[in-house]
Design a protein around this ligand. Structure first.
Ligand code: NI
Length: 172
């Protein structure tokens, strides 16, 4: 098992849509295990392959974030096929957006279709935290970060703060 390095804003890799998975081989299984390990280590409730610099439509998630049970789910080539209602996802954060949390407007209920780690079709009806995780992680696969859902002003304030933090890291 290898811990993967998580890319952070403003890495340009995070801004592009990534490609569907077509091969369900041992290499893919190893990538999935490394992603899960990296998610629990971070710790986070979800991780998209793009965040580890991997060009695949692949996410892992565990709303319980239980590093002992490691009862995580995998969804490959996921698509939200229906979405209804609205909710505020309070204090949403992202492993690729360090030191920042904000309230994000999300759908309240979603139906997501995709494939499991062996390529079998699955559908997930979700609300609450699970639905928010799916919306957040699937956004990643399309090059979208949660800060892209905020007002231009809030986003700019974060960008400025992040630039300053990175400058300080360089000079430290
Ligand atoms: Ni994220």
């Amino acid at each position: 098992m290898t811990l993967l390095r998580i890319l952070t804003y403003p890495d340009p890799f995070l801004k592009q849509p990534v490609h569907p998975v077509t091969l369900f081989d041992d290499t893919l299984q190893a990538v999935i295990e490394n992603m899960a390990e990296t998610m629990y280590d971070a710790p986070g409730v979800g991780l998209a392959a793009i965040q580890a610099g991997i060009d695949k439509r692949l996410i892992v998630f565990d709303p319980a974030a239980d590093a002992d049970k490691k009862d995580y789910s995998v969804l490959i080539n996921p698509e939200i096929v229906s979405a209804e209602g609205q909710m505020i996802s309070e204090n949403e954060g992202c492993l690729s957006v360090p030191d920042y949390r904000a309230d994000v407007k999300r759908y309240a209920f979603t139906v997501t279709k995709g494939l499991d780690r062996f390529g079998n079709p699955v559908a997930i009806e979700a609300d609450g935290l699970l639905s928010v995780i799916l919306q957040h992680e699937i956004d990643h696969l399309n090059g979208i970060l949660f800060i892209d859902h905020l007002s231009a002003l809030k986003r700019q304030l974060y960008k400025n703060r992040r630039k300053k933090a990175l400058r300080n890291e360089e000079t430290a």
